[in-house]
Design a protein around this ligand. Structure first.
Ligand code: NAD
Ligand code: IPM
Ligand code: MN
Length: 361
């Protein structure tokens, strides 16, 4: 099969983990006789440095011409003093909005071999398999007005949390559809005791639920959800929530797996290319050291293969290869206290490629 993949490495460890992903994709081409074409584009700080803006029309056009997009990460201290609408993160937000990637799927699964890497107790994390479905193109991230005003000698900053019925409905439907394919349990997370947008959210969930009588659903307040994720994460199957809550809960949930460096994500629209990225950021503290964990990005590639290319065998083989290297005891620095034995990004990538070869050949 022939596919075009846009590669947007971005900043910090972004280029390092994207390079790992491309190595793995090239191996998959060989092993399965596919042809992938790689179209590189700038985004975030690296785009600001070259073109003065975090997202160019050219990068957008490249993405639109591709079957899927891989993104590393954006941001870093170098660009932290820029005004909000010129920051690297704005490039990623613009890309999500332009490609209408409203559904952000963040699967949280436990790797048995990593049980000791998680700060949570073994009996709490055993068997965890949660799909966080995060609304990605609305809410506080995009609401208007977003501004500063001088009011009576004081400075006031305003962000707007806005959702329309249709925006809520499409993401909630996605949540129910996914639950139907899984354990048929859906938890909708909101803050309906305080926020009007959450009260509309709840109303819509109750309406949509009527079309999914086979799915057992419930509402949970976000503060309780944050606590329940640590107390008993096995109670969750699909969690559907708005943009900001999903951002925070997914970072929290990443520690169930032991490291932020393990969690992949896919961002999907109704049509057009999906975007695949690790949930972690550009990790400026370890950038350029060849020490970043590439597995979140490699798992994101597995999601790309499955969701965008319908290459389920290839996706399974890659995920199996990742499991294999973890079972074999290979760890990057974020996953072990024994720093001397930690593998570099490129070494870990090589181990995954070796395991993939063994599995497929
Ligand atoms: P971060 O996710 O970059 O890093 C948090 C901590 O996790 C750091 O200690 C880092 O070293 C570690 N870490 C993250 N990914 C890792 C990996 N693959 N392997 C090993 N360790 C890893 O979050 P932050 O420090 O809050 O943000 C840094 C920058 O990244 C900010 O500019 C932020 O806006 C940006 N950011 C971008 C994205 C994205 O592009 N999707 C996501 C989150 C944060
Ligand atoms: C993520 C990141 C982004 C977000 C930032 C970098 C805009 O934290 O992908 O989780 O908040 O969505
Ligand atoms: Mn985040």
């Amino acid at each position: 099969m022939e596919k075009r993949i846009a590669i947007l490495p971005g900043d910090g460890i972004g280029p390092e983990v994207c390079e790992a992903a491309v190595q793995v994709l090239k191996e998959i081409e060989k092993l399965y006789d596919h042809r992938f074409e790689y179209a590189y584009g700038e985004i975030g700080g690296s785009s600001i440095d070259k073109f003065g803006t975090p997202l160019t029309e050219e990068t957008l056009a490249t993405c639109r011409q591709c079957d899927a997009v891989l993104l590393g990460a954006v941001g870093g201290p170098k660009w932290d003093q820029l005004p909000g609408d010129q920051r690297p993160e704005k490039g990623l937000l613009g890309l999500r909005k332009e490609l209408q990637l409203f559904a952000n799927l963040r699967p949280v699964t436990i790797f048995d071999a990593l049980a000791e890497s998680s700060p949570l107790k073994d009996d709490i994390i055993q068997g965890v398999d949660v799909m966080i479905v995060r609304e990605l193109t609305g809410g506080l991230y995009f609401g208007e007005p977003r501004e500063r005003r001088e009011v009576a000698g004081d400075t006031v900053a305003i962000d707007t949390l806005q959702y329309s019925r249709s925006e809520i409905e499409r993401i909630v439907r996605k949540g129910f559809e996914l639950a139907r394919e899984r354990r048929k349990l859906l938890t909708s997370v909101d803050k309906a005791n305080v926020l009007e947008s959450s009260r509309l959210w709840r109303e819509v969930v109750d309406e949509v639920a009527k079309d999914y009588p086979d799915v057992d659903y419930s509402h949970m307040l976000v503060d309780n959800a944050a606590m329940q994720l640590v107390r008993n994460p096995r109670q969750f199957d699909v969690m559907v929530t708005e943009n900001m809550f999903g951002d925070i809960l997914s970072d929290e949930a990443s520690m169930i797996t032991g490291s932020l460096g393990m969690l992949p994500s896919s961002s999907l629209s109704a049509e057009g290319p999906g975007l695949f990225e690790p949930i972690h950021g550009s990790a400026p503290d370890i950038a350029g050291q060849n020490s970043a964990n590439p597995l979140a990005t490699l798992s994101s590639i597995a999601l790309m293969l499955a969701y965008s290319f319908s290459m389920q065998d290839e996706a399974n083989a890659l995920q199996d290869a990742i499991n294999q290297v973890l079972n074999d005891g290979y760890r990057t620095a974020d996953l072990t206290n024994e720093r001397e034995t930690a593998l570099s990004t490129t070494e870990m990538t090589k181990k995954v490629i070796d395991a993939l070869r063994t599995k497929v050949q």
